[in-house]
Design a protein around this ligand. Structure first.
Ligand code: GLV
Ligand code: MN
Ligand code: MN
Length: 430
């Protein structure tokens, strides 16, 4: 494959595009439910505000815009009758989030549209055989309802009606949140896309890990996205007086749950490519002088392959039986999210690799290929179309944290690589 550039935009035009992405990431970071941190969850007033901003930026580029039935913000440009190459990522965040997870990918996609439209730049002039859609997905993180990928699942046509009864921390159901946001739950099916309407989905995202930083590489081709399962677990013991209850009478739910959390680390870390995280952990009744009678905690489990991940969950369940049996506790779990591993399509892996090779200075060697331990909207979209992903270096691998970062230089490389990948896909020059 050649590393010749199809894009004729000058480096200073791309540098300006990267600066715009960085400035807009700052602007979106100010749209937060919390004045001291970044917090933007599904179907919140902040979600509505960032959709309005994204729609404005899309219209500026001549795109037709709409908010779909799941609250995803969509912009489209090109032949109305042609299938679309979908670009995008998400604008929702975790709690106390960084500025770039998802957001950078949406804004980079908009810059790709801008570059492909610039007069004198190869783009529409090469007559792409597809339209381009940019989607700002509304709920990738699952922060509010526990279930991740709600926005992209609606687009993929894999919405599950059981989700309507999911509730947030205040007991608000997903159904009610839809109505309060101004969306009609009965119309959710209208967000779904048919395979024939799309030629593929391409997403740029920060790595959310240290591999590229350690390798001194700005960009990578993603080979696959980890399979994931999330559980809510409850350990039940007995709340009793902290002073009067001797050790042989205690059924302390916190101690059992703590052993369980340590078992997650021990069992997962002994496996290749499996990570398990207990991210939420709450003891009840939560008083200093009462033995905890109940603990609720979350488990996020990921692996490169579904079978490996499921085998680890079975081993954890056996370990929890042993721990709780020994401590005379009971435990139960509820699965709140499950997503199979998604393998990027060979053609889109090739065009992303070609895009990276055409960055400046052009490279003749094969760019790095890495597997994503983090989840992405592409996991859901894999059910309806081919998926390809480009990763950007994430200094120190810090993500899901306010210190998350990416450099403007790497964003410039990423924009060029993504634009080249779109042109390669369009001209089938690979
Ligand atoms: C999303 O960022 C996830 O991987 O949890
Ligand atoms: Mn994230
Ligand atoms: Mn993300």
């Amino acid at each position: 494959m050649s590393s010749a550039s199809l894009l004729r935009a000058a480096p200073d035009v791309i540098a300006a595009a990267a600066r715009r992405v960085m400035a807009r990431c700052e602007e979106l970071a100010r749209v937060s439910a919390d004045a001291a941190s970044i917090e933007r969850v599904y179907l919140s007033p902040e979600h509505a505000r960032v959709n309005r901003l994204a729609a404005e930026w899309m219209r500026e580029l001549g795109m037709r815009t709409w908010q779909d039935a799941a609250g995803n913000q969509v912009g489209r440009i090109g032949d109305p009758a042609a299938p679309a190459l979908m670009l995008g990522s998400h604008l929702d965040t975790v709690l106390d989030a960084g500025r770039y997870d998802g957001i950078a990918g949406v804004l980079m996609a908009l810059e790709v549209v801008r570059l492909l439209r610039e007069p004198g730049v190869d783009g529409w002039t090469v007559r792409l055989p597809f339209a381009i859609e940019v989607v700002a997905f509304s709920d990738e993180e699952g922060t509010r309802f526990g279930k991740a990928l709600l926005g992209s699942s609606a687009v993929a046509g894999t919405w599950n009606d059981a989700w309507w009864d999911l509730t947030d921390a205040d007991g608000v159901s997903l159904r009610r949140a839809f109505l309060e946001f101004g969306l009609d739950p009965a119309r959710i099916g209208e967000a779904a896309r048919r395979p024939g309407e799309l030629v593929g989905y391409l997403e740029a995202h920060i790595e959310q890990g240290p591999e590229l930083d350690r390798a001194g590489e700005p960009l990578a081709v993603v080979s696959s996205i980890a399979s994931a399962r999330r559980f809510q677990l409850v350990v039940e013991g007995e709340a009793r007086h902290a002073g009067g209850t001797p050790y042989d009478m205690r059924r302390d739910a916190l101690l059992g749950a703590s052993e369980a959390a340590l078992a997650v680390e021990r069992i997962c870390s002994a496996e290749h490519h499996i990570v398990g995280t207990v991210g939420r952990f709450e003891a009840f009744p939560g008083a200093v002088n009462v033995i905890p009678g109940e603990v609720q905690f979350s488990l996020d489990l990921r692996g490169e392959f579904d079978g490996e991940r499921d085998r680890v969950w079975d081993a954890l369940a056996r370990e929890l039986d042993e721990i709780m049996g020994r401590r005379a506790l009971r435990w139960r779990s509820r699965e709140v999210h499950s997503a199979p591993a998604v393998f990027c399509a060979p053609l889109l892996r090739e065009v992303v690799a070609g895009g990276i090779r055409a960055t400046l200075p052009p490279r003749s060697d094969a760019p790095p290929v890495i597997f994503s331990r983090a989840g992405h909207d592409g996991m859901a979209l894999g059910a309806v179309t081919d998926v390809g992903m480009l990763f950007l270096r994430n200094p120190d691998g810090v993500s899901h944290h306010p210190d998350e970062s990416v450099s403007a230089g790497d964003v410039a490389h990423g924009i060029r690589a993504l634009a080249e990948a779109v042109l390669l896909r369009g001209t089938e020059r690979i």
